[in-house]
Design a protein around this ligand. Structure first.
Ligand SMILES: [Zn+2]
Length: 292
């Protein structure tokens, strides 16, 4: 299979838009960085895939989209951010927590996430105030919750599928997602055909695992419909943190606050929540940059 990427397609009359993403590699990186349990890997992978799919609508390079899911379940809040360039990062509060599968082979993501809470979408488009949309969770399974978000918050009926397949030794076998949205006044027949195709295709993670190319999965989704591919983009796990960036944050803190953070080696250790990268700063490092 090729590297992670997504494909955007439209039927020939431009009535229905389809975004199909393969995120196997980047979900693998996220699961290793956060040392997740099997179900936590699936939950994290679905949220990060959802963020990448939603972020594909961002217009400018610096725009950022963040999804926050908090269902009051054992996973705790899950946050994923993605930009218009196809980079994403993610965070899960309790990566080691797990719940038993209800059906063999089906991870109980909804149980782990919980459904007593909200899905929030925050779009930072470089304006003074970011856009924030918020809906109550339906099931905590993420795909259903995202479809509900599109319907309630953006008045766009959507078909959403998200899936992550995890091996018994916690490797990510496949991951990906699908978003189908109809333009206002679209022909119902096209949508019905796509729904039928998606049902016949079965789990999105399985379809991605079995296909050698992502456009073969797209072909299954669009079976019987004439369509054009209108865009393709590679996707990556990439955090926005850096040594300099975190140093700048530390430098905004008072000397008193900083003094409490030094360890016995006179170093401050900072761990990025989103990628678990560890940074070390000495008193000297910070004093050099301390703003007057
Ligand atoms: Zn980071």
């Amino acid at each position: 299979m090729q590297q992670d990427h997504f494909i955007t397609a439209m039927d020939k009359n431009n009535q229905v838009r389809v975004i199909l993403a393969r995120t196997t590699e980047l979900v693998g990186v996220a699961s290793i960085r956060h040392n997740t349990s099997a179900t936590a890997a699936a939950a994290l992978g679905r949220v990060i895939t959802a963020a990448l799919i939603m972020a594909s609508d961002l217009k400018n390079e610096k725009d950022m989209l963040t999804i926050r899911v908090d269902g009051n379940g054992p996973a705790g809040p899950i946050i994923a951010s993605a930009d218009a360039k196809g980079n994403a990062r993610a965070f899960i509060s309790n990566p080691q927590n797990d719940v038993p599968s209800v059906y063999p082979g089906k991870l109980a993501v909804g149980e782990l996430v919980g459904k007593d809470g909200f899905l929030e979408v925050l779009k930072d488009l470089g304006m003074k105030q970011p856009f924030i949309g918020r809906v109550e969770l339906v099931s905590g399974e993420i795909a259903e919750d995202l479809a509900n978000y599109y319907l309630k918050s953006e008045q766009t009926p959507s078909l959403v599928a998200l899936g992550v397949m995890v091996s018994p030794d916690l490797k990510i076998i496949s991951a990906g997602g699908l978003l189908v949205q109809a333009m206002p006044g679209a022909d119902d027949q096209i949508l019905e055909q796509i729904e039928k195709n998606v049902t016949e295709m079965g789990l999105i993670s399985k379809a991605i695992e079995q296909a050698s190319r992502l456009d073969q999965v797209l072909h299954q989704v669009m079976m019987g419909i004439e369509y054009n591919i209108i865009g393709e983009k590679p996707l990556f796990f990439k955090c926005t943190c850096s040594y300099e960036r975190l140093k700048n944050i530390l430098c905004t803190m008072s000397t008193e606050e900083l003094s409490k953070m030094y360890d016995d080696q006179n170093q401050i250790e900072v761990v990025c929540n989103f990628c678990n990268e560890v940074y070390h700063y000495s008193l000297e490092d910070l004093q050099k940059n301390k703003k007057p």
